[in-house]
Ligand binder design. Sequence first.
Ligand code: NAD
Length: 248
Amino acid sequence: MYRKAADIIRSAKRLTAFTGAGISVESGIPTFRGRHGLWNRYDPKFLDIHYFLAFPDECWVKIKEIFYDFFGQAKPNAAHYALHELEAMSLLDVVITQNIDNLHQEAGSSTVYEYHGTSRFLVCLECMKRYHVSEVDLVKLPPLCSSCGGILKPDFVFFGEGIPEPANTLSADEADQSDVFILIGTSGKVTPAAYIPHMAKENGARIIEINTEPSAYTDTISDVFLQGRATDVMENLMEAVGRDADNS
Ligand code: NAD
């Protein structure tokens, strides 16, 4: 299976990686859903935009605890670095990620479409001014805009919000143009993100999937399913791609 996946990668004209929460699990960031998911410990309502607007103080206490005190410490793992390596080898064109943790960029990937936005920036709900998280004091909550006094919100998609541009359009374009998609650590249950690999398949792309367990894609659109942890599978896959390249 690794040989087949490596052949597909090396013969791709345009290769896109589409990543989900599973790629960051080995960096210490849990998924939201599933047995060890965050939603077993927290009520997801604090990420509902309407609830946030009504109770920003209460929501910010949870947001700070999870996304800044805890996630903020995470570092990229071997799977994030492998994607950067594929880009450096001119084999990978784009990463589309549903994650908000900035770990692809920290690993060195340069073309990353953040489909659900990012936790690294905050945005003022009044004047839309954006702040890097390092510019904002998260001691007194909720954090306020230094220009207009409006409440700041993490610049990622809350329940009830739309997908940000240009990531939305650029991701759809990739589904049009790429002839190979590698899916890593995504369940295929979160829409509309989950439609992107289906769109790619409809446009003729071949699909390589990496996951610890079968997903909504495995028996529907995946051409190659590599079961295992993202770090282990990506390391094996890189060896197969590299070894094959050495022999050719
Ligand atoms: P999901 O929680 O629905 O699914 C995660 C998938 O990863 C599952 O299919 C699971 O089997 C797989 N997985 C778990 N551990 C793995 C590992 N070590 N290696 C490979 N695969 C593994 O995640 P999703 O499909 O990405 O959607 C959930 C939503 O939650 C997304 O919108 C995402 O933005 C958000 N989210 C983001 C982060 C983050 O930024 N790191 C973390 C949690 C959730």
